[in-house]
Structure formats: structure tokens, C-alpha cells
Write a protein that binds this ligand. Structure first.
Ligand SMILES: NC(=O)c1ccc[n+]([C@@H]2O[C@H](COP(=O)([O-])OP(=O)(O)OC[C@H]3O[C@@H](n4cnc5c(N)ncnc54)[C@H](O)[C@@H]3O)[C@@H](O)[C@H]2O)c1
Length: 328
């Protein structure tokens, strides 16, 4: 397919875990993804479906150059620092990178008349759930600086949309997991903090055991319950969101989860089955700020964008992540 300029999409954080999967989905849908990443937490090897432009979202001159060069029809914004624990010990780093960085990006986009924006938000904007499953109308009340940075960006976007300067979709991901089903890319965080890759590192002998933070929660087996969504399903939601905002003026918030929760124990048991390995566990104290359960109501995105998850069965999530881990 011939690519015109209007098919060009800037993907900030395109060298990261979810951004790189979105780049693959964009290329498959006939777009040219331009990954803009400072490589602080991403990998140049993950940029395979379009150019890599090295740069920082805090650098407005470099962003201006980028907008002039590519004249994208939209920006998908994945670039962020995303470790909750680090955000608690170094909040200003997070406010600077995630809030000032996004402010700089938005300001530069508007100067170049680019006003379609897809934002990587998170279920962390809700804080402790008042009811489950979580719908988009649940109050926004984050309980850590990372969640605060995402909620602040959402507020900034609402204010810009109110005066029609921007049209945005904010996708509130639950727990992203799994790897590209063709094995071309996968999760590679340093340090790794996500449960599934950690459990698989124990299965492959890279770690001695997995730590479970609390087994006395008010959940069926006492361990925390989360909603795991396959990264390829997330990437597909970005394509549907892009097509929606390219054709419509409005702005929307959408949850992205499977509407089903797995406990930490269930993930470990399923991982033992998939890998055929023993997985040692150590029970630790609860971590402050970990709600017992987080489960999405994703009916809004299903209804409005006709999105549905295709790869988020827990066995598919674990086996794609295991294949990636064994081969890389
Ligand atoms: N992984 C999850 O489960 C999850 C859940 C909810 C929301 N999110 C959000 O999704 C997005 C992507 O997450 P991920 O897991 O792929 O993280 P990641 O760390 O793999 O990717 C983020 C990318 O952004 C880049 N980056 C960071 N700061 C930058 C800056 N100032 N300028 C340019 N590039 C910068 C990093 O180098 C990295 O490549 C993040 O915004 C994160 O907050 C992730």
C-alpha cells in the first residue's frame, strides 16, 4: 500500500513494550508509525515497522522538527515513566517527565495544527475502587504519584477538548501482558516489576522465587486479583481509536480490560501448567496502595468502537509471554 503523509502517525514511546506492539499494528493497518523515544526505558531493537526518531518529549525544538518533517495526522502517546514504586520515592521525576513532557508535546502539536491524540492512561487513575467492575464514570482518585500524573494529563486533555483544541481518546489500560503472537517483540523492562514476566523468570531459573505481597486480602484465595489484557488486544484498540478520532470530533475515555480477574495464585498455577516447571513462592507483607481487586467494565469500548479481546485468554497471554522469554 502506498503511504501518504496523512497515514503517518507519531508514536511516542514507540520503542517500549506497548508502543512497539502498537507500531506493528499500525503498519499492518497501512499506517507509517514513526517511533519517537529517548530510549531511557525502551529498546532500538523493538522499532521494526517504521523509523526511529531519537528524542525526548521534554524537548520542544526536537518535537517541532519532528512535526514539520512528518506532518502526522495523529499522535499516539505512550512515552512515560511507569513504575509506581519509583514514583513514590521520586515524585518530581514523574511530574516532570509525564506531566511537563505531555504538556510540551501537546503545546508543540497544537502549534503545528495537529490535534488528534491517543493517550496511554491507566486504571491507576481510579485509586481504590468504590465498586467493581470499574466503569469510566468511577471517580478519579489516584493513590500514588504515577496515577496522579496520568489523571493530571487527562484533566489537561478535557480542558483542551472543551475549547475544541484537541480531539482525544484516553485508554485506561488494566494489566498489559503477553507478547506478540508471532514472537517478533515482547516485554522487556529493566527492572521488571510486572507479575507475569517475573513468574516466568522464576520458571526459567533466572529468579529463585516469586514474592506474593499479601495472602490475606478479601478475595477468593486471599491474593490480589487483577484484569490481564493481551498487548496485541491493546494495540488493536489503538487502531480502532485512531480510526474513530480521524473520523469524529469528540473525545472519549475507555477502559481496556477483559472484565475478568485472576488472582496472583491463579496466575502462578496457570504458569506452572504452561511452563511445566516448579515456581517457588515467598509470602511477604501487603504493599501499601495495592487494592484487593481491579476489574474493568469494558462495555463502553465494545459498544462504541466495536472492540473485543481476541488474545486475552490467560493461557494465550502466558504462552506468548513464555515463548518470548524462552527465545530472548
Ligand atoms: N504496562 C502496563 O501494564 C501499563 C498499564 C497501564 C498504563 N500503561 C502506560 O502505557 C504506556 C506504555 O507502557 P509500557 O509498559 O510500554 O512502558 P515502557 O517503559 O516499555 O515504554 C515507555 C517508553 O517511553 C519512553 N520514554 C519515557 N520517557 C520519555 C521521554 N521523556 N521522552 C521520550 N521517550 C520517553 C521509554 O524510553 C520507553 O521506550 C505508559 O504510558 C504507561 O504508563 C502501561
Amino acid at each position: 500500500m502506498e503511504l501518504s503523509e496523512s497515514k503517518t502517525i507519531i508514536v511516542t514511546g514507540g520503542a517500549g513494550y506497548i508502543g512497539s506492539h502498537a507500531c506493528k499494528a499500525l503498519a499492518n493497518a497501512g499506517y507509517l508509525p514513526v517511533a519517537y523515544d529517548n530510549l531511557s526505558r525502551g529498546h532500538d531493537w523493538a522499532v521494526k515497522w517504521g523509523p526511529l526518531e531519537k528524542g525526548d518529549i521534554l524537548d520542544s525544538d526536537r518535537l517541532s522538527e519532528l512535526m514539520k518533517k512528518y506532518q502526522p495526522s495523529a499522535v499516539m502517546h505512550f512515552a512515560a515513566l511507569a513504575y509506581v514504586g519509583e514514583s513514590v520515592t521520586n515524585p518530581l521525576l514523574y511530574y516532570h517527565n509525564n506531566v511537563v513532557g505531555t504538556y510540551t508535546l501537546l503545546r508543540t502539536m497544537l502549534r503545528h495544527n495537529i490535534n488528534k491524540f491517543i493517550f496511554s492512561s491507566t486504571c491507576a487513575v481510579y485509586g481504590d475502587p468504590q465498586e467493581l467492575p470499574l466503569t469510566e464514570s468511577h471517580r478519579r482518585s489516584p493513590v500514588n504519584p504515577y496515577g496522579n500524573t496520568k489523571a493530571m494529563v487527562e484533566t489537561m486533555l478535557e480542558d483542551l477538548a472543551a475549547i475544541e483544541q484537541i480531539s482525544f481518546i484516553s485508554l485506561r489500560y488494566f494489566n498489559a501482558a503477553g507478547a506478540d503472537t508471532e514472537g517478533e517483540i515482547g516485554e522487556s523492562h529493566e527492572p521488571e516489576t510486572h507479575l507475569i514476566p517475573l513468574v516466568l523468570e522464576v520458571a526459567s531459573g533466572k529468579r529463585p522465587h516469586i514474592e506474593i505481597f499479601g495472602n490475606d486480602y478479601d478475595t477468593p484465595d486471599g491474593t490480589c486479583v487483577r484484569d490481564y489484557i493481551h498487548v496485541t488486544d491493546l494495540a488493536d484498540a489503538h487502531i480502532k481509536s485512531l480510526e474513530y478520532i480521524l473520523d469524529n470530533k469528540g473525545s472519549e475515555f475507555f477502559n481496556l480490560g477483559t472484565e475478568y480477574g485472576y488472582s496472583v495464585n491463579e496466575i502462578i498455577e496457570n504458569a506452572k501448567h504452561i511452563t511445566n516447571k516448579e515456581i517457588d513462592v515467598k509470602i511477604k507483607a501487603r504493599r501499601p496502595g495495592d487494592p484487593p481487586a481491579l476489574i474493568a467494565d469494558s462495555s463502553k469500548i465494545k459498544k462504541i468502537l466495536n472492540w473485543k479481546s481476541k488474545y486475552s485468554n490467560i493461557n494465550q497471554i502466558l504462552s506468548s509471554a513464555w515463548e518470548w522469554q524462552k527465545n530472548n
